[in-house]
Design a protein around this ligand. Sequence first.
Ligand code: GUN
Ligand code: FE
Length: 467
Amino acid sequence: TIYLGAFAHCISLANLEICARGAIGVDEQGLIQFVEKEISSPSDVTTKHPSWASAQIVSVDDGFFFPGFIDTHTHAPQHPNTGLFGKTTLLDWLETYTFPLEASFEDTRKAGRIYGNFVARTLSHGTTTCAYYATRHVEATNLLTEICLERGQRALVGRVCMDRLSPEYYRDADIESAIRDSKACIDYARKVDEKGEIVRPVVTPRFAPSCTAPCLAELGKLAREEGAFVQTHISENTGECELVKEWFPESESYTHVYDEAALLTERTILAHAIHLSKEERRLIKERGSKISHCPASNTALTSGCCPVRELLDEGITVGLGTDVSGGVSPSILEEARHAIWTSRFVAMSAPSAPVATLNNAAKLSTAEALYLATRGGAAVVGLEEKIGGFDVGKEFDAQMIRLGSVPEAGDYEGTFGDEGAGGPVDIFGFESPEEKVEKWVYSGDDRNCAAVWVRGRLVHKTARYKV
Ligand code: GUN
Ligand code: FE
């Protein structure tokens, strides 16, 4: 298949490459075989690549192709709680909203309905790879694994472990059963996707307050034995940090609690990381662990503003996470916007004073936020060689973004909402390709996401997708 038309992707943290007349050749295995950045006409492509003369053409003329988004942290079972948080903060939010809902996933049929809906929803927002927390239930967790595999969404799926903090009715009875059940989910994922090409298991201690030190240590051992990824939360809320200090008095810091359990590996995804000390961040960097930045959730639960610029400057690998239902949207596009707004709040919170003292260095650019949403996220989930951008040899995970041309005056009736116009981003015809991308980032949504591919397989399409 040849994907013909404009495309954009991040080539480095600060560099967004936009090609107005591009062509991407993808073979039957979903591998990118060529990338042409400046073609003069469609026939130009087959002149350059004669063996592709009979290839299928998928073209976009009112938008562009963009790499699939990577969500490095979200909770699939919390989908029905989206928007429900009131004025709570993390610990009372967990107790009031989260634990009761997650506990109900004992009911596997209910789990199937919600998981099916959530995976479809994240795909429709262009998320081609997603790191999911499930619940503590083996059957429901395995169902999520199956759904991702069937729908063709790359995923990390984790059975959540917790042997304290949560109410008795939603807790691992003991460490042995926590490890046995986690192992059962790992084995299942490896049985249904032997090579882990689409779905991989991830060892998931909920967070330090939910696990005793011996439980964390056993999970660290399990991750090492299985060569598996680890995901957990860290330093999200100051009340949580106080609890960790109190419950792990021997440990030097929150980060040390995980390190002492051998849970800080190159395959570890730490969500939030707001209130870390410089020394903790140094340790995370040294261990090669990655950070999932979840700004929408951090604002909703008033957890704090993560200083992402500092993390990036220190050389830590960062991606974005929607953290549903701490966050209220399954959209990584929206999360990128939140990352940009949060960086501006950090910039404005420098000593309140004249504009001259704004901490401009703290601000993320549009390009940087898109990098976190794609290549940064790919590195967080260990797939930087395979996905995140349109490079020869990478796998084609992509979304077709279509923008809406503005109808002539008097022409609105019958045009507005048509598939030709439709979508929230209005294009007047005079925008540069760079401006079109900016408009999409700041005012686009899932209505602009016409189709989605994973490894060249079409995994989502709308009425706006035409071949
Ligand atoms: N910390 C422990 N569990 C959770 C959770 O479900 N969501 C968020 N945002 N933080 C957590
Ligand atoms: Fe979370």
